[in-house]
Structure formats: structure tokens, C-alpha cells
Design a protein around this ligand. Structure first.
Ligand code: PA5
Length: 476
């Protein structure tokens, strides 16, 4: 993909239409008025300034990723080229932020049946992202891989995550038994340069290593080597991804909510939360964007779901993110979205131009109830269904807004990811919480360490041992 001139970039700008968040469209019971937005202008500006002030510092290193990775990108592209020459399978071992971004970008920008294509059409290794420790899945993976043609990328920022390190141990053992000293040719590490165990292991084993910058947390890491290496291996234009992110960053330089798409959606979601909308549904109308919704769920859920605010007050904030797929979930979830409790904001992601057009064949001339489809395309059908859902939600007074991508390409996906990251940061600032920590995740990690007898977690183990025993009366 070539990033073309300024005119092309503008034609590829993603747009946010929030009419259906407004009282004029969904009624004053649920919707917001221009006055509501004006009354909260100060809050939005404060959030904008907090985010701006902290850019590139602390855990906000991710804001600079579109600009500060020239050498790393060159190294990634070269490494990817060599991988493509030697290997047919690229396997990511990672979880959470180390997995969801690579999966989302793979699905968005590769052929939807990439792994099933013959090699001649695929032109890049198959991708597997192993983000669980289900033993059946590990065996199934090993059943399909030709190890001679496989390279693994172990990804963990902390270098301590049990799931990822268990996978590493299993795979490295297999590789060493098979390849001896050459095992390292089948493993790349992506981790923190300073912290954790993986960096130490990588140095001892002599693994090719990419670094996750200190200020980039797992869920904000797709645009660093965590996501860029798998993307480059798949033949995705990673410079276009980063250019898209930079383009969105520029669009979001304004403190005026009417001009800053991430700020206006942050404010609307924040106001919705204040009105008890505790659920955020992300509903792309494109299979290619299905896992962007998954990635968003982690970003939104882990960043905003917090017990205490920055002043130490108990706040228990956050919205439960839900992924849905248009049109599939029209036949599963939309009944609830339209008629259930008024507790949701539904974000629809639209695509203007799909990369393929499929005509609906002629037939059933004698059956008008089927024949009405003929002469149209699937593109028209999915678009009509999206508009129909938007209409159905709006007439039922349900908060919804639509993000439109002119098409799905590396430049628009870069914009989309960066917009969601900024929106999350702004919303966290409005909520006055630490958007970038995840004590709840650490709690689970620590309990696992304790159960496995890891040194230093004896107190947690004792606490767990002393937890009330289960009552058999409540088990049937
Ligand atoms: O966003 C986060 O920081 C987490 O969800 C992590 O991505 C996840 O826990 C994996 O952590 P690590 O990269 O340290 O293995």
C-alpha cells in the first residue's frame, strides 16, 4: 500500500457521526443537548490538557510511537523479510495486549482466510496467536506445525506472565531437543529491555530481541514491535499503519470537541456513564474488523475499570465493553440492545467501500419475497442492514454513534487504533483515574503465582488457604 498525497490521506480520514447521541435524534430522555456538551466543555479541555501534558512521559510513551521508531521499523522490516524467506509459520506466544493487537490487525489487513490459502497466494507465513494455556490447544497447534518451517515470537512486557512463560518453556524445550544450539533461530523475544525474566533469558539464549518501550503498556502496544513485527511478517505496510496513527494524532490536536473525534467520543461516553450507561458495545459491520472489537474491549475495560480515583477515593468506575458483529449479531444481540435496559452506548463501525463486491445472483423470479434481493450486491445489503440497525436503535431512543472508515487499509486502521487509544486516555482523565495501570489483572497474576508456590507469594498463598471453604450445599 502506498501512502499517497495529502488529498488521498484526506479521502481516507475516518469520521465520527454522533447525531444519534443527541436529544434531537433519540429524544431528551436519553440524548444529550448542545447545552450538555457546552456545560462540560471545561471538563473536556482539562482532559485534553492532561493527556497533552503527559504525552511521551510515564505510561504515555505510546503517544510517540508514530514518530520515534524509524530504526526499529527498519530492523523489523529486515527481520520480517528474512523470516518470510525461511519460514511458513509465525507463532506469537503472548496474552492480553501482546496478542489482541496482532490478532486484530491480522484480521483487518490480511486475506480473511489467510492461513487457509495456498502458499503461492498467501505470500507470507501463516499466523498463529496463542493466547491461552489450554493444553488441548497447545497439542492441536503442535499437530499442525512443521517445526522446521516455524518461528515463534514470545511476547511479554513484564517477562513474568505465567501463561506466556509456560508456553515459552514448552516450546523452547521442544526446539532445543530438536535443533540443539540452533533452537534460537526459531525464537524471537519481544519484551522490556530492563525488566523481568524474558530479557535475561533472551540474552542467555542469544535470541533476536525487540523491545517494548517502558512507557508502553500491553494494551497500548500494538504500534510498537509487539504488533509491528507480526504485521510486517504478514506483508502489512507498517509505515502506513504508523502514518495513519500520526494522521489521527494530528486530527486530535484540537481542544475543540467539534474538531477532535477522540475527545468528543470520550466526552459522550463519559456523560453516558454518568447517566448509568455501564455497557459499551462495539459493533463493526465488517468481518475484517471483528477482532478490532476484541482489542477495544481490553483497551476500554482494563483502562477504565478502576476501583479508586487519583485522589484515593473509591469510585468503582468503568463500562463493560461488549463485542458484537454486524450483521451477525443483529440476529442475536440487537433485540436486547433495542428493547432491553437503557444501559448501553452502541458504537457502530461502518465501512464505505469494501475491498470486494459480490453481486446477488438472479433467481426465484416467481417469488417476489426472495427476488427483491436480485440485482443488488452484498455490499448494498450489509450497508442497508447497518443503516436499518442504526435506525432501529435510534427510534428506540438508544444511544449510538457511527465511526466510518472509507475503506479498511493500513492507514485507516492506524487511525482507528490511535483514535481509540486517545479516546481511552481522555475518558480516563475525565474520570480522574489511572488509565494505564491494571491492579485487577496483577491480582489474578499474583494469585496464580501463589497457587504455583512461587517464591515471594507465600502471604498470598496463606491468604488464599484461609479463604472460606466452599459449602457443598451450594454445589449441585
Ligand atoms: O494491558 C496490559 O498491560 C495487560 O493486559 C498485559 O498485556 C497482559 O497482562 C500481558 O502482560 P505481559 O505483556 O507482561 O505478559
Amino acid at each position: 500500500m502506498k501512502i499517497k498525497n495529502a488529498e488521498w490521506r484526506k479521502s481516507m480520514q475516518i469520521k465520527v457521526d454522533y447525531n444519534n447521541m443527541m436529544a434531537d435524534y433519540i429524544g431528551k430522555e436519553q440524548g444529550f443537548t448542545a447545552k450538555n456538551l457546552a456545560d462540560n466543555k471545561k471538563l473536556a479541555i482539562q482532559a485534553f490538557e492532561t493527556v497533552n501534558k503527559n504525552r511521551g512521559t510515564g505510561m504515555m510513551g505510546w503517544t510517540e510511537l508514530p514518530y520515534n521508531q524509524k530504526e526499529i521499523v527498519d530492523d523489523i522490516i529486515l527481520t520480517a523479510k528474512n523470516i518470510k524467506k525461511k519460514f511458513d509459520n509465525f507463532v506469537v506466544l503472548g496474552i492480553g495486549g501482546s496478542a489482541l493487537g496482532p490478532i486484530a490487525v491480522f484480521q483487518a489487513l490480511c486475506h480473511l482466510r489467510h492461513n487457509e490459502l495456498p502458499k503461492s497466494k498467501r505470500k507470507a507465513p501463516k499466523l498463529y496467536v496463542e493466547d491461552n494455556v489450554d493444553p488441548e490447544r497447545m497439542v492441536a497447534l503442535l499437530d499442525v506445525l512443521d517445526l522446521d518451517k516455524t518461528i515463534f515470537n514470545v511476547v511479554t512486557k513484564s517477562g513474568a506472565t505465567s501463561e506466556t512463560m509456560a508456553q515459552y518453556l514448552i516450546i523452547m524445550d521442544i526446539l532445543k531437543k530438536r535443533y540443539g544450539d540452533k533452537a534460537k533461530d526459531h525464537m524471537i523475544a519481544t519484551t522490556s529491555a530492563h525488566k523481568g525474566n524474558l530479557i535475561k533469558i533472551a540474552q542467555v539464549e542469544g535470541l533476536k530481541t525487540f523491545y517494548i518501550p517502558d512507557g508502553v503498556g500491553g494494551r497500548f502496544s500494538e504500534l510498537c514491535p509487539v504488533g509491528l513485527l507480526p504485521a510486517a511478517v504478514l506483508g502489512i505496510d507498517i509505515k502506513a499503519l504508523l502514518a495513519g496513527a500520526a494522521y489521527m494524532d494530528k486530527l486530535c490536536k484540537s481542544r475543540d470537541i467539534k474538531k477532535n473525534p477522540a475527545l468528543v467520543t470520550a466526552l459522550l461516553e463519559y456523560l453516558a456513564m454518568q447517566n448509568g450507561k455501564n455497557i459499551s458495545v462495539m459493533m463493526p459491520y465488517a468481518d475484517s474488523l471483528k477482532y478490532i472489537a476484541d482489542w477495544y474491549c481490553q483497551l476500554w475495560g482494563e483502562s477504565l475499570g478502576k476501583a479508586v480515583d487519583n485522589d484515593g477515593n473509591e469510585v468503582f468506575v468503568g463500562q463493560t465493553p461488549v463485542k458484537a458483529l454486524g450483521v451477525t449479531d443483529q440476529h442475536s444481540q440487537v433485540q436486547l440492545y433495542r428493547e432491553g435496559p437503557f444501559d448501553k452506548v452502541i458504537t457502530i463501525i461502518a465501512v464505505e467501500n469494501y475491498r470486494n463486491t459480490v453481486e446477488i445472483s438472479k433467481g426465484c423470479e416467481d417469488i417476489p419475497d426472495v427476488n427483491f434481493l436480485c440485482g443488488h450486491t452484498m455490499n448494498e445489503l450489509i450497508t442497508a442492514e447497518r443503516k436499518a440497525t442504526e435506525y432501529a436503535l435510534t427510534t428506540a431512543h438508544r444511544l449510538n454513534y457511527t465511526i466510518t472508515l472509507p475503506e479498511v487499509n493500513a492507514f485507516t486502521i492506524g487511525q482507528l487504533l490511535f483514535m481509540f487509544e486517545l479516546e481511552t486516555a481522555y475518558t480516563g482523565a475525565m474520570l480522574n483515574i489511572d488509565t494505564f495501570n491494571q491492579p485487577g489483572v496483577e491480582g489474578g497474576k499474583n494469585a496464580t503465582y501463589a497457587l504455583f508456590g512461587k517464591k515471594g507469594y507465600e502471604a498470598t498463598k496463606a491468604e488464599m488457604d484461609n479463604a472460606p471453604k466452599k459449602n457443598s450445599e451450594y454445589i449441585c
